[in-house]
Design a protein around this ligand. Structure first.
Ligand code: FAD
Length: 451
């Protein structure tokens, strides 16, 4: 299969980055985006996360094309989780070793910087082009444009970076032997703001990701460059004492916040308006396969949308772009069958692993962080890493601060979890943990890896 004309559906984070990678390969790249040019809009993203955490895998892809240094000034390092208890007491849990951080960045800034660079390099952007249909046999794309106009284009090679509700993926669903699984989780989310304080500075520690874990629900906050925080409230849609359904009016809202998130409540002057005005969004997990048919390939959320509890959706999508680029480097720009085949085969097991880990991390974030036994477990995990930095690496570190394959991370994580489960069976572990035979634990892990 030979083709030097590439159409990318979606000018989101993945589509824009992918455009730069492909243009650098000397290909003709057109991006079709259903939205108006978001660079001309105010920096809001109704119903989408306003800011996000960028970590090593994302940086690796950005650095590959020299975008790391363009993006860096727009980020704020977060060196750990700052956990807030019900009384407003906080404690910082570092993410990794000194200076290891994840970086908060606004979705709008990231998207704008990537799209600007892509355009500068000659990628052609077509905004207000909503792809309605893809003929995967002829590569004909059908778009709806403003004013009820329709347009057909021959897309050449088509890359679907059109997100969790991908149109390209829905055309794949008409093909035989296409597997597809989607799951909405029981929780939704709503974004709220903690503005700068009266002195015009951050109202809380800006170099941490703040979490208020409350068992079945939680609040998190990430810093913004304008010295505000964007908070995300994760609640069940319905069921239980606290859910989106049970908050019917201002009184319910104030009572809930005063009970569970009082310190945050004191910093949210516009809570009522924001809560009742901002959308309640749902969270979806999507797995599908194959990702390629003929001259079409799914990438990013279109291929593997995950729940946001590991902060990896964008990072994983950026890693997709990196991996695809490596294959192009190896096989050239004429062997797309081969490249698509290799890409989906090697990448699928990794994205399955991270979607699963993202789901598992939900329980950890909302629940376990507040549980004393869990904290002992984390201390043992961290001590093992300090004593044997190469032999024992905590799961979070492997996901966030490495580029180990997610599938490998998942296996290592499972093995370490089993060992920690066993250790935690000791009813006196709270008192005894510092006297554990750490060397023996490492030998145990090594021999388990040998099988
Ligand atoms: P999208 O960002 O959804 O972009 C798809 C683009 O395609 C959009 O511009 C859309 O308008 C366009 N489009 C859609 N359909 C069509 C069509 N038919 N025709 C033309 N254009 C179309 N990830 C992280 O790494 N770190 C985080 O901290 C993080 N936090 C998150 C918090 C929340 C609450 C959520 C929901 C997600 C979070 N993510 C995070 C995940 C991240 O947002 C996604 O993985 C990422 O946006 C995927 O990028 P994408 O380009 O594949 O899809």
């Amino acid at each position: 299969m030979k083709n030097d004309h590439i159409s990318i559906l979606g000018a989101g984070l993945i589509g824009s980055l992918l455009g730069i990678f492909l243009k650098r390969r000397g290909l003709n790249v057109s991006i079709y985006e259903k939205r108006d040019d978001f660079r001309l809009q105010p920096s809001t993203s109704a119903g989408r996360s306003i800011n996000m955490a960028l970590s090593d895998r994302g940086w690796k892809a950005l650095n590959k094309i020299g975008m790391g240094e363009v993006i860096a000034p727009h980020t704020i390092p977060m060196y750990g989780r700052r956990v807030h208890d019900e009384h407003g007491k906080t404690r910082l849990f570092p993410y990794g070793r000194e200076n290891q951080a994840i970086y908060a960045i606004s979705r709008h800034s990231m998207n704008r910087l990537l799209a600007d660079e892509a355009e500068k390099e000659g990628v052609v952007f077509n905004f207000n082009h909503k792809c309605e249909d893809v003929d995967i046999n002829t590569s004909i794309l059908r778009f709806s444009l403003p004013g009820n106009q329709m347009k057909m284009e021959n897309g050449g090679l088509i890359l679907g970076a059109d997100g969790a509700y991908s149109t390209l993926r829905s055309t794949f669903q008409k093909q035989i032997r296409f597997n597809f699984k989607q799951q909405y989780i029981s929780h939704g989310y709503k974004e709220l703001i903690i503005p700068p304080n009266e002195a015009g500075v951050f109202a809380m520690d800006p170099n941490a990701l703040h979490i208020w874990p409350r068992g079945r629900f939680m609040l998190i906050a990430l810093p913004n460059m304008d010295k505000s925080f964007t908070c995300t409230l994760f609640l069940p849609f319905e069921s239980g004492k606290v859910s989106f359904e049970t908050i019917r009016d201002e009184r319910d809202l104030a009572a809930m916040f005063k009970t569970y998130f009082n310190d945050a409540y004191q910093l949210m002057p516009n809570l009522t308006r924001e809560f009742f005005h901002n959308p309640t969004s749902s969270l979806i997990n999507i797995e599908c396969y194959p990702w390629a048919f003929n001259k079409c390939l799914l990438i990013g959320d279109a291929a593997h949308a995950m729940v946001p509890f590991f902060g990896q959706g964008m990072n994983c999508g950026f890693e997709d772009c990196y991996e695809l680029n490596e294959l192009i480097e190896k096989y050239g720009t004429t062997s797309w069958d081969l490249i698509f085949g290799k890409f989906q085969k090697s990448r699928k097991k990794d994205t399955d692993a991270i979607t699963q880990m993202a789901m598992d991390n939900f329980t950890e974030m909302r629940d376990s962080i507040a549980n004393p036994k869990f904290l002992i477990r984390k201390k043992i995990d961290a001590r093992l890493h300090t004593l044997y930095p190469d032999e024992w690496i905590p799961l979070y570190t492997m996901v966030t601060f490495s580029d180990l394959k997610y599938s490998e991370v998942y296996l290592q994580g499972q093995l370490q979890e089993q060992i920690l489960d066993k250790i935690m069976e000791d009813p006196m572990i709270g008192q005894n943990w510092e006297n554990l035979d750490f060397e023996r634990i490492i030998h145990q892990a090594d021999s388990a890896r040998a099988f």
